[in-house]
Design a protein around this ligand. Structure first.
Ligand code: PLP
Length: 463
């Protein structure tokens, strides 16, 4: 690949109007900070972090157009003008006729799980996402992973590692019966597989398999715009189409979508549940009042809905998404050049360090990815997130750790926030750490919360 050309081509389609100063810290300060945080990067105070790659959730920079929209908040209790703007843009760009705003993605996941799932049901999906699966389980369903095998292999270069394995899906439906499968949960892109996309062809095939069986398809559309970009870049016959056109077609192969606006849609808070079925909408409208708020605000201020409505318009622009994914690719290629083991192909929103290969001397019980994330912080003030055994949690039936095949550290790039020089620093820090990887010891867990333990669990270094 001609990197000089790649480097030019992703250049930002915006310039900086306001900056936020960062505090520079010493290694001693960082060592103290990570110890106080129980070696969990989620528990660090953000003012002690230099480049914050914990998540791309709610951390994007809004545009002047979005900030201007914040001033146009219609804070009426019901029927806010901003809701109708949001609804119109969801209809226009995602194609779903009905929309219920929620405070963020998990609010939508909660609603759709409660509406569609009955106790004892099975929900197949292309790899789990933490909050999504938890809401399915709390509603009484069992989640079954039907993603292609290659998704679990960090070295496989398949262009669409997010695809559903249709044979696995058919087998699950045959085993439990179509009437016990309320819906298939299709994520685009697949966060837990490394931000890997699903192809348009595969989405269509899943939809066509489910339709005659009366099984719905619910899209996790959180990063669907990034997925649409990969389809444009990689899928045969798609290169001439706009990302917006592809996104619209992707959504046409689903009955509804849960959305965290904190990702693709460039806002700090917000989400929605979108759907085609009028009866599901009627239930969503009545349930949202219980958990989020009236169906025309769903836990959001009018100004937040306006920022999200405007964020949709910016998110689907080809130049925006090309720069967004291009920046991620830039960092990934620097690390590949340094010989650092990362998940390939490079995903849409993050670089995933392969902790199993990075720290082969640590067993999974020694939390290699958790360890690596803590070390990365001490080394250079870079904050990343564990995506391995801690995130996978415990099996609800046996109570044992789930041992995921992938033991990863996620370096997630917020949208429109960091410069190329920041990413150069990140690559240097990771490479330095890689050079001294043999000296890195593991961790043991000292506190474990009941739900979504990765957020609040605490650790101490092994002697
Ligand atoms: C972030 C995320 C969610 C949950 O959204 P929140 O806004 O954090 O509640 C669901 N699915 C995927 C793929 C996500 O990345």
């Amino acid at each position: 690949m001609d990197t000089s050309r790649t480097r030019r081509s992703w250049a930002e389609p915006y310039k900086i109007k306001m900056v936020e100063r960062l505090r520079m810290t010493t290694p001693e300060e960082r060592r103290r900070a990570i110890d106080e945080a129980g070696y969990n990067t989620f528990l660090l105070h953000s003012d002690m972090v230099y480049v914050d790659l914990l998540t791309d959730s709610g951390t994007s920079a809004m545009s002047d157009y979005q900030w201007a929209g914040m001033m146009m908040g219609d804070e009426a209790y019901s029927g806010s003008a901003n809701f109708y703007h949001l609804e119109a843009n969801v209809q226009r760009y995602y194609g779903y006729p009905y929309v219920v705003p929620t405070h963020q993605g998990r609010g939508a996941e909660h609603l759709i799980s409660q509406i569609l799932i009955s106790d004892g049901d099975t929900v197949p999906g292309n790899m789990y996402f933490t909050t999504t699966r938890l809401h399915q389980e709390l509603a009484g369903a069992q989640f079954v992973d039907v993603i292609v095998d290659e998704a679990h292999d960090p070295t496989s270069l398949l262009p669409f590692k997010g695809n559903v394995d249709l044979e696995k899906l058919r087998a699950v439906i045959a085993r439990v019966g179509a009437d016990r499968v309320p819906y298939v949960c299709v994520a685009a892109t697949v966060n837990m597989a490394g931000g890997q996309p699903i192809s348009l062809e595969n989405m269509k095939a899943v939809y066509e398999l489910c339709l005659p069986l009366g099984i719905k398809v619910i899209l996790d559309a959180t990063r669907a715009v990034e997925n649409a970009y990969f389809i444009q870049q990689r899928e045969v016959g798609q290169s001439g189409r706009s990302v917006a056109e592809i996104l619209f077609e992707m959504c046409s192969y689903s009955d509804g979508a849960t959305m965290s606006g904190k990702k693709d849609l460039l806002v700090n808070i917000g989400g929605f549940l979108a759907m085609r079925d009028e009866d599901v909408y009627a239930e969503a409208r009545s349930l949202v009042v219980v958990y989020e708020g009236m169906h025309t605000y769903g836990g959001l201020a009018g100004r937040d809905m306006e920022a999200m409505a405007r964020g949709i318009e910016e998110a689907v622009q080809d130049d925006h998404i090309k720069a967004r994914v291009g920046q991620v690719e830039y960092l990934g290629n620097l690390l590949i050049d340094d010989g650092v083991p990362i998940v390939r192909p490079i995903g849409g929103h993050a670089i995933y360090l392969d902790a199993t290969q990075f720290l082969p001397h640590l067993t999974q019980d020694m939390f290699p990815a958790q360890t690596l994330a803590a070390e990365l912080y001490v080394e250079g003030g870079i904050r990343a997130m564990e995506r391995g055994i801690v995130s996978a949690g415990r099996d609800p039936v046996t109570g044992n750790h789930r041992y995921p095949k992938l033991e990863l550290v996620r370096l997630t790039i917020p949208r429109r926030v960091y410069t190329q020089a920041h990413l150069d620093v990140v690559a240097e820090v990771v490479a330095d750490l890689y050079d001294r990887r043999d000296s890195i010891k593991g961790l043991e867990m000292t506190f474990e919360p009941k739900y979504l333990r990765f957020f609040q669990s605490r650790f101490r270094p092994l002697p």
